[in-house]
Design a protein around this ligand. Structure first.
Ligand code: SF4
Length: 234
């Protein structure tokens, strides 16, 4: 069910309690649900997993202030979506053009691992964001990691079996797809490994691999008819 994001949400008791504890330990941290950030009418919506302890959970802006944001914002800047490549603080005047960033789960989970029930609980917010994104002319969804991929499908009411996650996979949804009473046809979901410290330091995800995904998205956005159905970037 779609619902409008509330920055005061406490619908997940485990996460709300965890954030209360974090706030005691780190009084200067945001330590609340982290809202989406970026252009209000973008063509590209990036979906991450959840706020990181010392990144978005600290600064209150997705992917801001920790390692995962370094590659993401540097790549967004390289492809013209971000006004500059660094994103250390929420008051750095960074602006996104044609791009918005959100998370599948808006609250910091312990060990970066939300429970399935928490992903489901927060999915109403993501569903509303994707519906609004589509209504305003959005085209490309980029899922960073398997959890974000599954959350995007859940938000669209699609079965996971029909759209398996793989780095570089491209899922173009059928033109007659409806979700929440809205036509979602024409959306395309792109998959990437998450740009986490672990993935980049182990070179599971390199800058070149990440840039390939963005290059494809940019090419498809420039020529939407070129977006092919469920294929993989070579
Ligand atoms: S994870 Fe989402 S649904 Fe759960 S408390 Fe946070 S904002 Fe609310």
């Amino acid at each position: 069910m779609q619902s409008t994001f509330s920055p005061d949400c406490r619908q997940c008791p485990r996460l709300a309690g965890f954030l209360d504890d974090v706030k005691v330990r780190y009084p200067d941290y945001h330590a609340r649900p982290v809202p989406p950030f970026g252009d209000v009418a973008p063509k590209l919506l990036v979906v991450g997993l959840a706020p990181g302890m010392h990144g978005a959970n600290r600064t209150g802006r997705p992917f801001t202030g920790d390692f995962a944001g370094i590659l993401l914002y540097r790549t967004l800047h390289k492809f013209g979506y971000a006004s500059h490549e660094g994103s250390a603080f929420a008051d750095d005047n960074l602006a996104l053009t044609n791009c918005r960033i959100t998370n599948a789960v808006k609250c910091l989970p312990p060990q970066n691992k939300p429970e399935p029930s928490e992903i489901r609980q927060c999915n109403g917010y993501l569903a509303a964001e994707i519906a609004d994104f589509k209504k305003r002319g959005g085209i490309a969804l980029l899922a960073l990691g398997r959890v974000a991929h599954q959350a995007a499908l859940m938000a669209l009411g699609l079965k996971l079996t029909g759209f398996p996650f793989a780095h570089g996979a491209i899922h173009k949804f059928p033109g007659n797809l409806t979700s929440g009473g809205m036509n979602m046809g024409g959306l395309t979901l792109y998959d990437s490994y998450h740009c986490s410290r672990y993935n980049t330091q182990t070179r599971r995800l390199t800058a070149e691999m990440f840039e390939q995904i963005f290059a494809r998205i940019c090419a498809d956005l420039a020529s939407p008819h070129l977006a092919a159905q469920q294929q993989t970037i070579d």
